[in-house]
Design a protein around this ligand. Structure first.
Ligand code: FMN
Length: 183
């Protein structure tokens, strides 16, 4: 289970995502092995999980046990036992539609969205998505503008997710922070 920001919709028919998988993480290893993943959209209430999900490896820490210890509600899907945050803003199930291609310290893979769920679409409340901007406000991440490309990169992180609009209504909030679970 890890934090992901390199996740972008690239096609509506079929619904497809491009994911950047950081090399040698447990999530990278699991996803390459199962060729599936599950993206959850985080809300602002999840900012406290930044260190655990984004800077700690499941190789060193049992993240599910840690979530339980912190009182974060997680429920396993009855069908396959995949753990889901009870209060995520939605999730989508992904299946590899391409072979991963290496680009520097990330592998990029195209995935088909095979299923999804949004609490808002089901009549739930409208929680605020956790933007990378919020993480910056909290001092958890910093912007590095060393080259013009760096600016374009960060700008696109915030702006490009607007395309998620094509998926379901809840995603119009441009969530930029999601987490992966693996079956
Ligand atoms: C702000 C932020 C964004 C991240 N984005 C990605 C990403 O897009 N893809 C990825 O594979 N890892 C990303 N990571 C790194 C993983 O979340 C991190 O390496 C994690 O500790 C891996 O855990 P694991 O070994 O349990 O899979 C990001 C981390 C942070 C802090």
């Amino acid at each position: 289970m890890n934090l992901v920001t390199y996740a972008s919709p690239i096609s509506l028919k079929p619904r497809q995502y491009a994911l950047g998988l950081y090399l040698n993480t447990l999530s990278w290893e699991n996803m390459l092995a199962t060729r599936t993943g599950l993206l959850q959209v985080l809300g602002e209430q999840h900012a406290a999980l930044f260190e655990l999900l984004g800077r700690t490896s499941g190789r060193d820490v049992d993240k599910l046990a840690e979530l339980a210890a912190r009182g974060v509600p997680v429920t396993r899907r009855p069908a396959d036992g995949i753990p889901l945050l009870d209060d995520s803003l939605g999730w989508m199930e992904l299946r590899f539609a391409s072979e991963p291609v290496n680009y520097g310290d990330h592998d990029v893979v195209i995935c088909e969205v095979t299923d999804w769920h949004t609490p808002a679409a089901a009549g739930g409340g409208a929680a605020q998505a956790l933007y990378t901007g919020r993480l910056r406000e909290l001092g958890l991440i910093a912007i590095f503008f060393r080259t013009p490309l760096d600016f374009l990169f960060w700008f696109s992180c915030v702006e490009s997710i607007a395309a998620l609009f094509g998926l379901t209504g809840v995603f119009t909030a441009q969530p930029t922070l999601v987490t992966l679970f693996f079956g």
